[in-house]
Design a protein around this ligand. Structure first.
Ligand code: PLP
Length: 402
């Protein structure tokens, strides 16, 4: 069992805090905060442009963050790792730049359990370029995404499958490994939204024998500062794409008549990047690896399963999770109490959860609901947090006299 609250200053500053909202954004350990604060005090300068010590040392750290991120993903081509602002920007970059290579009648497959970040950009692209957007549905009973529900949508016109590795609402893990293999064989591109998967699981794409065309995730959900996201793309695909943003740092040469773009990764990193956030990502990955991602997965799974078991024992509580969940995501409702009221009453007990549509309105509607309460467990949570959640849920029922 992990015992890591002491590594995270937020818990010292807020005694009794029961933070169950890491699915939205994770807390930051001192290991990350102190390093970055120190970096700003002693070293900060813009990257790539200066020959002086501070600029050079900042550039070394920035480049090291890219190498570490490539190692973390288990990909060899370091320059195919692009830093963006977040998962949303990474997907928009692909929808805009890769999207330009698609033509009328081409088809894109997404699932019903996508976060809006992996739906709206494809919807907009489909409207702009007259493409067909197809939806793979989750099984309403098991809350899983059977692979046939995706493969039956594939036709000769399918150009891209954009799939969440893990649903931010249900905790359902999609069959992304098998889909990558099938798509690779058929020459279909795959984008994996790893926002809810990468922070919680050890994964090495090379060892798995798959090479997705794009993988995206956000630093802030894996204990880095906010403001940094990642887009890994296959070089052969990225090379054919036009830049998303243009300006400084992404050029080879500029004249009044024309511009030659810089090679990867600069081609997709126009302007001054979020330097401190990128460096915080390096430290966050180091921290998670020092704990062990396999241990993190085991720990949060244990907590979520205990929470699910205890929640189901309470009359009127419905949990929306597949069997044998393998992460810390627990969405639930209480008959007769709106999830926003649940979250408000829990907040009075310092139990921080989230309520609403979780940026997955089509999924929630498909499941016949209008909103869920969602508790998410991460490496710093413990059984005491489960206890507090259960106690607070019982209090909700008392407040509503149910
Ligand atoms: N995809 C999934 C599965 C998510 O859970 C989220 C955020 O919750 C996103 C994408 C968007 O991430 P960001 O807000 O960091 O861009």
């Amino acid at each position: 069992m992990l015992d890591l609250k002491k590594d995270f200053p937020i818990f010292k500053e807020n005694p009794g805090l029961c933070f169950l909202d890491s699915g939205a954004s994770a807390q930051k350990p001192s290991y990350v905060i102190d390093f970055v604060a120190d970096f700003y005090r002693t070293t900060y300068a813009n990257i790539h442009r200066g020959v002086y010590k501070q600029s050079w040392e900042t550039t070394v750290l920035y480049d090291r963050a890219r190498e570490k991120t490539a190692e973390f993903l288990g990909v060899e081509d370091v320059d195919s790792v692009i830093f963006t602002k977040n998962t949303t920007e990474s997907i928009n970059l692909v929808a805009y730049s890769f999207g330009e290579t698609l033509t009328e009648g081409d088809e894109i497959i997404v699932s019903i359990m996508e976060h809006h970040a992996n739906l709206v950009p494809w919807q907009m692209l489909a409207q702009r370029k007259k493409l067909k957007l197809k939806i793979a549905y989750v099984n309403k009973e098991t809350l899983t995404l059977p692979i046939e529900n995706i493969t039956k949508l594939i036709t000769d016109k399918t150009k891209l499958i954009a799939l969440s590795m893990c649903s931010n609402v249900l905790g359902t893990i999609s069959p992304f490994v098998e889909i990558c293999k099938i798509a690779n064989e058929k020459g279909i591109r795959v984008l994996l939204d790893g926002a809810q998967y990468m922070p919680h699981h050890k994964i090495n794409f090379k060892e798995l024998g798959i090479n997705p065309d794009f993988v995206v995730f956000s630093g802030h959900k894996l204990c880095s500062f906010d403001g940094v996201g990642v887009l890994y793309g296959k070089r052969e695909v990225l090379d054919k794409m036009q830049p998303f943003l243009t300006g400084g740092d992404m050029i080879e040469s500029v004249s009044i008549e024309k511009t030659e773009f810089a090679p990867l990764p600069n081609k997709f990193e126009a302007g001054t990047p979020p330097i401190g956030a990128v460096i915080s990502l390096l430290k966050a990955i180091e921290y998670l690896e020092s704990v062990g991602l396999d241990k993190i997965e085991q720990h949060e799974t244990m907590l979520a399963r205990e929470a699910i078991k205890r929640l189901k024992e309470i009359e009127g509580v419905r949990v929306f999770a597949p069997e044998n969940i393998k992460n810390g995501i627990v969405s639930f409702t209480i008959d007769g109490i709106h999830p926003h009221d649940i979250a408000t009453i829990l907040a009075e007990e310092k139990v921080c959860i989230r309520a609403g549509m979780h940026c997955a309105e089509p999924l929630i509607t498909y499941l016949g609901q209008d909103s869920f309460a969602r508790a998410t467990f991460y490496l710093y949570n413990d059984l005491d947090d489960v206890e507090k959640l259960i106690k607070a849920v019982k209090r909700c029922k008392e407040v509503f006299k149910l």
